[in-house]
Write a protein that binds this ligand. Structure first.
Ligand code: MG
Length: 406
């Protein structure tokens, strides 16, 4: 069999985001193993065109319908031959295509859920980078994967590390393997040591400047509040069928140990690497094989110390809110994710202060009531209701600030 015949065809959802760019960098290095079948982006058609020239996908999707015409013209002028599609429905169509082997799901926020669901229904291997779909509907997605012989592989660095530390792994669901604890590491973000009373004055540009990882704006804010870690606790709970009280967060500012698994017999396994998304992506793309990747190998002699400490819930109340939501049930978890998206967007738009993020999320969570969803459709309903509710609260919160009220 030739190398070409073994090539897997990959669809990259969100190819112009940080996960998409890292994925394409891996594929470029391993072009004998992978070929790009489709690329999708929301609005950055300049970068999408550049990627199209290098990877020659069969399909290009721009989810913003206003850009369909412009992209179609540019593809035609450059004689690239890719079929251009538009709108979020096109994503479902592309991931379900019979010629697609692997889907890399890197779409920010809740928007990625529908396409992941469709891919799993068609028995595909789905590499999940965006945590919101697993947070919103992790148990449903795991069930859908089981029923359709599909595979969910995590490329969120922590979950990929846990996956690598599990000895008898049968993805996507893991049963009792003698695990006593999952230790999720967290860098602590840019404000790990900032005095708490100074947090109200931090700007958007300070908050999006993560010390170790370069990421999108929303996830950078989530890292600064540690909501990101809270969402990862939820993600781990569903993905690895791990009880909440077995998942612990450990602050590790160097971001070298990406997570650990502790076993009942006294062993703790860890996965170490420099912070580079290409490592978890390369692992999941090639799983169960290990294939050479041109990334900097770890040099332990260069590291004077690796530090670990317990998280300070007073500094990071969002982390506590995430744990609490898991004890309340599915509606609270879906609500938390949706409310967080709205509130973080409010901070990015300079409508509220950084320290207001957790205050506002907590107050909206307290008042938000919904029945626990039992289907993916109901998840979308709860998500929409929570977003609407949070948007209303956000506008009132802003008014209170402006007029000096409450
Ligand atoms: Mg992560």
């Amino acid at each position: 069999m030739t190398a070409i015949a073994e090539q897997k065809r990959v669809c990259v959802l969100g190819s112009t985001g940080s996960v998409g760019v890292s994925t394409l960098s891996v594929i470029l290095q391993q072009s004998d193993r992978f070929q790009v079948f489709a690329l999708t982006a929301h609005s950055n058609i300049d970068l999408l065109m550049e990627q199209c020239r290098v990877f020659h996908p069969k399909y290009l999707v721009v989810t913003n319908p206003d850009l369909y015409q412009a992209l179609s013209v540019r593809v035609k002028v450059d004689c690239l031959g890719a079929v251009v599609m538009s709108g979020s429905e096109s994503l479902n169509e592309i991931v379900s295509h019979e010629d697609v082997d692997i889907i890399v799901a890197g779409i920010v926020g809740a928007a990625g859920l529908d396409s992941i669901y469709h891919a799993l229904c068609r028995g595909k291997r789905v590499l999940v980078a965006n945590k919101e779909p697993l947070v919103m509907a992790g148990d449903f997605l795991v069930d859908v994967a089981k029923k359709n012989h599909a595979t969910i592989l995590p490329i969120d660095s922590e979950h990929n590390a846990i996956f690598q530390c599990l000895s008898q792994c049968v993805p996507p669901y893991l049963h009792d393997q003698g695990i006593s604890k999952i230790l999720l590491t967290a860098s602590g973000g840019p404000f790990l040591n900032t005095p708490i009373d100074e947090l109200k004055n931090v700007s958007v540009s300070q908050a999006i400047k993560h010390p170790k990882w370069e990421m999108g704006r929303k996830i950078s804010i989530d890292s600064a509040t540690m909501m990101n870690k809270g969402l990862e606790v939820i993600e781990a709970h569903y993905l690895f069928a791990a009880p909440v009280d077995t998942i612990e967060v450990v602050v590790h500012p160097q971001s070298i140990v990406h997570s650990m698994v502790q076993y009942v017999d006294g062993s703790t396994l860890a996965q170490l690497a420099y912070p580079d998304m290409r490592v978890p992506i390369g692992h999941a793309l090639n799983y169960p094989h290990r294939v050479a990747l041109n990334v900097k190998p770890l040099c332990l002699e260069d590291m004077s110390s690796l530090q670990f400490q317990a998280p300070d819930f007073k500094r990071f109340p969002c982390l506590l809110l995430a744990y609490e939501s898991l004890t309340k049930g599915r509606a609270a978890v879906v609500g938390l994710n949706a409310i967080n998206e709205v509130v973080v967007a409010g901070f990015l738009d300079n409508k509220i202060r950084f320290s207001d993020i957790s205050i506002l999320i907590e107050s909206v969570m307290t008042d938000f009531n919904a029945s626990n969803p039992n289907t993916i459709e109901e998840v979308f309903d709860v998500n929409a209701a929570a977003r609407e509710f949070a948007t209303e609260h956000l506008s009132k919160f802003k008014a209170a600030e402006v007029y000096g009220g409450v």
